[in-house]
Design a protein around this ligand. Structure first.
Ligand code: ZN
Length: 262
């Protein structure tokens, strides 16, 4: 299905989306980024245990696209994937692909907590932190050649890093804080209770004490500290009161029962 995106229609959405998002300097084009992301996602699906179940994928894509819907990249095609892995992890790769593990799904208390982690990953994507990091690592022209399929050696290196590390890269403290703040807003704008991000972070910190090996990869790429929790708390306090924010749903409970692990 991914292969069926016509390049004409992709070009159109890229034009509609404009170039208003992201780090804004020294990056490959959105079109190149989406090409690279789709290639990586295709290879990841062959090398990682991706859940291949239409009900599960429909659920996670519905939730993910709700969160994306108010972001500056809402007009681009996003894809959400579930990795069958008892470790608690989530990551974003360029080109609008977000991955969550069955271990993460199992570790959440409600849909707002899952939405919190996904909104954080979406914010990395909208801000193009992965592309930014790769531009730093490889330089713009090499990265462009990788995106165009002209540098298979460097491409394989990136792919191996994603698969081995369970993430694109470590983005650094500023990028994490930015993803927290934006993710909180995406949740609120999409109608999810942003407290979910807060309680999920608290759960992840306590899990790190109880069972550190179940969450190593997540912490190595998203250093999580009390100061990030405080930042999210103050960000939530700044949002206008709004009734009807969703914390949980029957749909989520049956999704979690079926696909959550750990
Ligand atoms: Zn992060």
């Amino acid at each position: 299905m991914k292969r069926l995106y016509g390049s004409a229609s992709l070009a159109l959405v890229l034009i509609l989306a404009g170039c208003s998002s992201g780090g804004g300097f020294n990056l490959v084009s959105l079109e190149e980024e989406w090409q690279l992301g789709n290639q990586l996602a295709a290879d990841i699906s062959r090398q990682m245990p991706i859940v291949n179940d239409s009900a599960a994928n429909a659920y996670i894509n519905r939730l993910g696209n709700q969160l994306v819907s108010r972001t500056p990249m809402a007009n681009l095609p996003w894809n959400f994937h579930i990795v069958d892995d008892p470790e608690v992890n989530a990551f974003n790769i360029p080109g609008g692909h977000v991955y969550v593990t069955t271990g993460l799904i199992g570790a959440t208390d409600n849909v707002a907590e899952l939405a919190g982690v996904m909104a954080h990953e979406i914010a990395h994507g909208v801000e193009r932190h992965g592309t930014e990091q790769m531009t730093k690592n490889y330089g713009l022209s090499i990265l462009a050649s990788i995106a165009l399929g002209q540098n298979p050696a460097a491409y394989q290196q990136i792919l191996a890093q994603v698969i081995g590390g369970g993430a694109m890269a470590s983005f650094g403290r500023d990028a994490e804080r930015e993803a927290d703040v934006l993710g909180t807003r995406y949740m609120y704008d999409a109608g999810y209770n942003p407290n979910g991000m807060l309680t999920m972070f608290e759960e992840l910190l306590s899990r790190r004490q109880r069972a550190p090996s179940s969450i190593d990869k997540f912490f190595s790429t998203h250093p999580l500290t009390e100061s990030r929790i405080e930042l999210v708390r103050s960000e939530i306090a700044r949002l206008p009161a709004r009734s009807g924010l969703v914390s949980n749903s029957a749909d989520f409970n049956s999704f979690q029962q079926r696909y959550g692990r750990g």
